[in-house]
Design a protein around this ligand. Structure first.
Ligand code: MG
Length: 391
């Protein structure tokens, strides 16, 4: 792997919170990637929803397949830009670890429940998973990942939470949200890879589920230009039986075009800005980017997906039920913390009579719910309410 001077070099890492001797055969970022893959939260991603709930079909994306696609796109762009592929992979595989069950519906409901107690942000929760919630090492909580991996995982953070982080870890991963600086190029790249991945796979899942059609997508040039190009080259793909092939080839070309665009536009921005190292990168504006034309095309696609897919009446119906499950679970455990599994109920009980007991206990409940898979949350809701809201 050839690394540009502005890439993150594993030997120059800002380090782990608990010092550990280097591994004999792996770089520090490869080691982070391995720790993430072996974590409990990573395995649960397979049963967590992206847009479609698990029970709606076996062929739709889950958070696990989404994370793998982000890693694949991210690595491929990182290689072209001489950035650190291993770090990109580690960030990509961890970026959604803090997601609640039921996708954004679950996260919004949990955030609403947590409003009196400091709110709930899924990026911050992903950091909490790798910093505190994984219990795998005798000497410390969490996975003890490198600064650069944690910096990439914390994609967004509100100013209020950044202040809390900054108090706990001065000059740490919260600081850039206060100083309004950028993260490493590898972290920037993961953000864009995330966006490219979900735009593409949501079209795929959306069309295959029948909620949107390729005909509707004629209003989206980023998709339709390729559809027309392909039909001109392969007229038989216009036949009904060839719909899948047309869809996949359209998405494949769209993905390639976006990847090449990011590599070209970011390569140019890097050349112009000429950062000497990752320290300089952090002080500059974001350099990993689409060209202006591609950014505009991608925006049209996102707007389309928002209106036609994410707010589709059928998606909204399950969204409402999923939110009720999360709200009910939160109320149950707040009233009866002993109903949570042992580790969580013990954490809650230990807080009795301490300063800040109420928000701390609510946070235990939020951690517990956020860690659930769609299926577990649905069953647990049925156990506690006697009512099965989702299949
Ligand atoms: Mg994501």
């Amino acid at each position: 792997m050839s690394l540009a001077p502005y890439a993150c070099h594993p030997d120059l890492s800002l380090g782990r919170r608990f010092a550990q001797p280097p591994a004999p055969t792996r770089t520090e970022f490869q080691r982070d990637r391995d720790r993430i893959v072996h974590s409990t939260a990573f395995r649960r991603l397979v049963y967590k929803t992206q847009v479609f709930l698990n029970h709606e079909g076996d062929l739709f994306r889950t958070r696990l397949t989404h994370s793998l696609e982000v890693a694949q796109l991210g690595r491929s762009m990182a290689r072209s830009l001489d950035l650190n592929e291993d770090l990109v992979e580690a960030i990509a595989l961890a970026h959604d670890l803090g997601h609640t069950p039921f996708g954004h519906a679950g996260q919004d409901a949990l955030n609403a429940c947590m409003q009196p107690f400091g709110g709930f942000e899924h990026n911050l929760q992903s950091l909490r998973v790798v910093d505190a919630l994984e219990e795998r090492y005798p000497e410390f909580d969490g996975l003890n990942l490198c600064f650069e991996t944690r910096e990439g995982i914390l994609k967004h953070c509100s100013a209020i939470n950044a202040q809390v982080l900054e108090q706990l870890e001065p000059g740490g991963v919260g600081q850039r949200f206060l100083a309004r600086t950028q993260p490493s190029l590898e972290a920037q790249l993961c953000n864009l890879a995330d966006e490219i991945a979900y735009n593409a796979h949501d079209i795929d899942d959306g069309v295959r589920s029948g909620l949107i059609t390729l005909a509707q997508l004629q209003q989206v040039p980023l998709v339709d230009d390729f559809r027309r190009q392909i039909l001109a080259e392969f007229p038989t793909l216009g036949e009904r039986s060839q719909g899948r092939r047309l869809l996949y080839e359209t998405i494949r070309r769209m993905l390639s075009a976006q990847v090449y665009d990011v590599v070209a536009a970011s390569g140019q921005a890097l050349q112009q800005a000429g950062p000497v190292d990752v320290g300089a990168v952090r002080q500059l504006p974001a350099l990993i980017q689409f060209s202006e034309a591609m950014a505009a095309r991608s925006h049209v696609l996102k707007t389309f997906l928002l209106h036609e897919l994410y707010r589709h009446p059928r998606v909204m119906d399950t969204t409402r039920l999923a939110q009720q499950v999360v709200r009910d679970l939160f109320a149950f455990y707040q009233a009866q913390p002993a109903e949570m599994t042992e580790g969580f109920s013990a954490r809650s009980a230990a807080l009795a009579g301490t300063a800040g007991e109420a928000p701390a206990r609510a946070r235990v409940v939020a951690d517990y719910i956020a860690g659930m898979t769609d299926r577990f949350a649905t069953r647990e809701h049925e156990r506690l309410s006697g009512q099965r809201l989702l299949p």
